[in-house]
Unconditional design. Structure first.
Length: 280
């Protein structure tokens, strides 16, 4: 029996019909109104460490639990793991790192991005309900990584929440144009509210085996209510097309095969300053 949860927001009424699950929903999600004509609500993660405070223990547990499920279902070294921008790039990396600790070797991790990188080939796809709809998945620049990118038989797509799955389908279809070896897709999330019809459509249109992995799932509906103060606000986020290569602090956008190794003593990277003895 599904549990009905109703959330009243300034922009309307959100209803969730939840299937049974071990993790309480309030440990995973909060809810917020959104200033957007495309989707007037937000599912705000309590696990990402981005919007709500969360313990490292909870974060690492979620990474490990999702990674083990994917590995136990057959994802191996010939796999491409992708963290979805913008909210789930950290979650995606955490799941990949946990999988690596569980024995995954030679798989490739990447993240999608809105950044423009000059002179790098890329796949383009849309996230229709986002403020800025254009997203990119860049080809790795390392030849060995690029070969893995073009020949992976398994795709692991990681996001914090799913409402329809349409963004995933666009990415899968764009990727299939450059990799005909793809045989299976894992769609991994903290919560999944994609309707069964949307799931079946994705599975049919992709033409490959699809497995859905999440902590909680169910159905979602939203009844819009007119709010003059909010509806009058126009939001249009768009890129200036400037190259962002200078902002690449690490190579997540261009592919990595091993987790980042932190130095035991990071102090040499910080500039020393004289003690400030001025009164407060």
């Amino acid at each position: 029996m599904k549990k009905l949860v109703t959330i009243q927001l300034e922009t309307g009424t959100l209803q969730l019909k939840l299937e049974a699950g071990r993790v309480p929903l309030n440990r995973l999600l909060g809810f917020a109104a959104r200033v957007s004509s495309k989707r007037k609500f937000l599912l705000v993660s309590k696990v990402l460490g981005k919007h709500y405070p969360v313990t490292p223990k909870m974060m690492s547990w979620s990474y490990r639990a999702l990674a083990r499920t994917v590995l136990n279902s057959g994802a191996g070294d010939s796999s491409l793991w992708i963290g979805m921008a913008e909210t789930a790039t950290g979650l995606g990396y955490g799941v990949f790192e946990a999988a690596h600790r569980e024995g995954l070797q030679n798989a490739l991790f990447m993240q999608t991005t809105r950044y423009h990188l000059a002179d790098v080939d890329r796949l383009e796809f849309e996230e229709a309900h986002s403020h800025a709809t254009d997203f990119f998945l860049y080809y790795p620049t390392d030849p060995a990584h690029k070969q893995r990118f073009l020949t992976a038989d398994t795709l692991v797509l990681i996001d914090d929440e799913i409402s329809t799955g349409k963004t995933f389908l666009r990415l899968i279809q764009a990727y299939q144009k450059v990799n005909t070896a793809l045989r299976k897709v894992f769609i991994v999330s903290l919560v999944n509210f994609a309707h069964p019809d949307d799931r079946r459509y994705l599975e049919t249109e992709s033409g490959v085996a699809v497995e859905w992995v999440c902590f909680r799932q169910g159905l979602l509906s939203f009844e819009d209510s007119y709010n003059a103060a909010i509806d009058a606000i126009s939001v249009n986020a768009s890129s200036n097309n400037a190259c962002k290569k200078h902002l690449l602090a690490w190579q997540g956008r261009l592919g990595i095969t091993e987790p980042v190794a932190l130095q035991a003593d990071p102090s040499p990277h910080f500039k020393t300053t004289e003690e400030d003895n001025r009164p407060i």
